[in-house]
Every structure is written in structure tokens, then in C-alpha cells.
Design a protein. Structure first.
Length: 317
């Protein structure tokens, strides 16, 4: 019995060591990729994953789903055809848009109008002298080769508004009218008559005129600029405040190195007061006469439209 007890004391530890060694060498069961079943080691792995288990290369690829595609890891590109890319809207190409279409310019976030030939377009900002199709400012610009894009409304000016449309700078900033997209050949600012009629002060006119010029030069840095003053009889012939505003706008234009056409005495200088349809607006004869005078003055200032782009001759057939 003593020998048996001694043998038992020797064999028991050896059996325990064998069991322990067999357990360490057994590979733990992992979830079946096809069936999703798990073995005894699954819960242990979930509770304490190894460093290799969290490495993207070692992780099992998740099953793809059309309804919920797998997003790319941070810093990785989204795969072509993924939901993220499909949601990106294609920006319109303004060069393919029809004239008259409205394009939201990403450079300034404003809606702008597509025009057919922006290079030979004169943007005319003005009042009721310019608004009619046959208005003398439009006729003068057309005579020197421009297509005219009019912005403004009758009854408005540098300070004056007409109740629905703001003054020039307010109307521009809040979108009462829209400028054309691209870089026009010429930008012309005309007006001042409504400011004179409504008692706008010199300081108000100058401040808003400078704000307008600054905004337009920022929008069209490569364009030529011109200003046309306030049509009147002349300071010595009853021109009054209208002639004063014309002279004031001339000082603003000079400060910003903008060519200026003073018209504050044209009604008497060219004997055109007889062609007034009312106290301040011209009849058809007056519009035509003033348009010709304006065209001549703009040409003298070197502001005629650029030449048409050369085109190759079509073969005779």
C-alpha cells in the first residue's frame, strides 16, 4: 500500500501536466464564415480579441449589401459606384447653357444670366433714361458695336428706389435684377436724375456710387468702365440740382479713374430741350439725337466694342 500511494502521488501531477499541455496546443474554435456558428472559444475571442484580430487586413470581409454599402475607411477613396459618389450632383457647364438661362456662379454664390456674346456686351445700369429699348444710352452703346444688357429700373438711382426695386447698390446686392455671367466688354453706370428730384444729399450719392463701383469692379475685374451723368439743361439755364448731381458724379468717376460723359448741359448745348416728351424724358427724335452724340463721345474715349473674332471663310460650293 505504501508503494501504491507513492505511485499515485507521482502519477497524479503528471496527468495534470498532460491535460494542461493538451489544452494549450488546441486551436480555439472560431465562427464559421459560411454558417455563422460558434464554438466554445467564440465568447473568449469576443471578450478579448487579439491585436491581429483588429487589423483591417486580418478582419473577415463583411457580407456586401446593396441597401447599405460599406463605407471606406478614413483616408481611403470611396469606391466607384458607391452611394456616396452617386449623391454628388454634376455642376452645370455655363458654356453649354442657352442664352437667358440663369446660372449660380460658384465664385460669388449669385445667380447670373447667360448671354450669347459677353465679350461684346455692355452692361448698362440706369434709370428711365436707359430702360426703354429706344433710350438714348442704349442707342449710343449699340452704335459703337455693343449688345446692351440692361440692369435697373425707372424711378431708381444711386440713392432713390421706386418702391419695388431698390437703389442701384441695394438692388444688386439683394437680387432685384441680375448681372450677366462672364466678363463683359464694358460696364456703364448712368443716372442721378431721381436722386436730384428726391433730395438725396451729396454725401448719400457719393457713398452709394462708390459702393456700387467697388462691387462691380470686384465682380468684373477685367472689364472697362464708364459713367454717364444726369441729363439736364445746364447750370446757367435752369438745370438746377440735376446739373449739380451731374457734376458730382464726374468727381466720383475721376476719383476711380473711370471715363465720364457729362450730360448735365446737353439739352441746351445741343438745342434739344424742344424734343422733351415731358420735363425730363426725350421723344423719339430726342433719343436718336442724344444716342448719336453719346456714341461719338464714347468713341473719343476709346470705349468702342472690340472687333468681332476672326472666322475662317467658308469654302465655295
Amino acid at each position: 500500500m505504501r508503494n501504491a500511494s507513492a505511485l499515485t502521488r507521482f502519477v497524479a501531477p503528471m496527468i495534470a501536466v498532460g491535460v494542461l499541455m493538451a489544452g494549450c496546443g488546441q486551436a480555439p474554435q472560431t465562427p464559421d464564415a459560411a454558417t455563422g456558428s460558434t464554438g466554445p472559444a467564440a465568447s473568449a475571442q469576443a471578450a478579448q480579441p487579439s491585436a491581429e484580430a483588429v487589423t483591417p487586413k486580418a478582419a473577415a470581409a463583411p457580407r456586401k449589401s446593396a441597401a447599405a454599402p460599406v463605407a471606406a475607411a478614413p483616408g481611403e477613396p470611396v469606391a466607384a459606384g458607391s452611394a456616396g459618389k452617386a449623391q454628388l450632383a454634376t455642376e452645370p457647364d455655363p458654356s453649354t447653357m442657352a442664352p437667358g438661362s440663369v446660372y449660380k456662379n460658384p465664385a460669388n454664390g449669385r445667380n447670373e444670366v447667360i448671354v450669347a456674346n459677353i465679350r461684346r456686351t455692355a452692361v448698362l445700369i440706369g434709370d428711365s433714361q436707359s430702360e426703354p429699348e429706344a433710350g438714348w444710352p442704349r442707342q449710343g452703346l449699340a452704335a459703337i458695336g455693343y449688345n446692351v444688357f440692361f440692369c435697373g429700373r425707372g424711378g431708381t438711382g444711386f440713392v432713390a428706389s421706386n418702391g419695388k426695386t431698390g437703389n442701384y447698390i441695394d438692388a444688386l446686392q439683394r437680387g432685384d435684377w441680375q448681372l450677366p455671367y462672364g466678363s463683359p466688354g464694358l460696364v456703364v453706370i448712368q443716372g442721378g436724375g431721381n436722386d436730384a428730384a428726391r433730395g438725396a444729399t451729396d454725401a448719400q450719392i457719393v457713398a452709394n456710387a462708390e459702393r456700387l463701383i467697388s462691387s462691380l469692379k470686384q465682380r468684373y475685374p477685367g472689364a472697362k468702365f464708364a459713367m454717364i451723368g444726369t441729363l439736364a439743361r445746364g447750370i446757367n439755364y435752369g438745370g438746377g440740382r440735376r446739373s449739380q448731381v451731374d457734376a458730382l458724379l464726374g468727381t466720383v468717376a475721376a476719383k476711380h479713374s473711370i471715363p465720364f460723359v457729362s450730360v448735365g448741359d446737353w439739352l441746351t448745348k445741343y438745342n434739344l430741350a424742344k424734343e422733351l416728351a415731358d420735363g425730363v424724358h426725350m421723344n423719339n427724335v430726342g433719343h436718336k439725337a442724344l444716342g448719336g452724340l453719346l456714341a461719338t463721345r464714347l468713341q473719343e474715349l476709346g470705349l468702342q466694342a472690340p472687333p468681332e473674332l476672326a472666322t475662317s471663310a467658308l469654302p465655295l460650293g
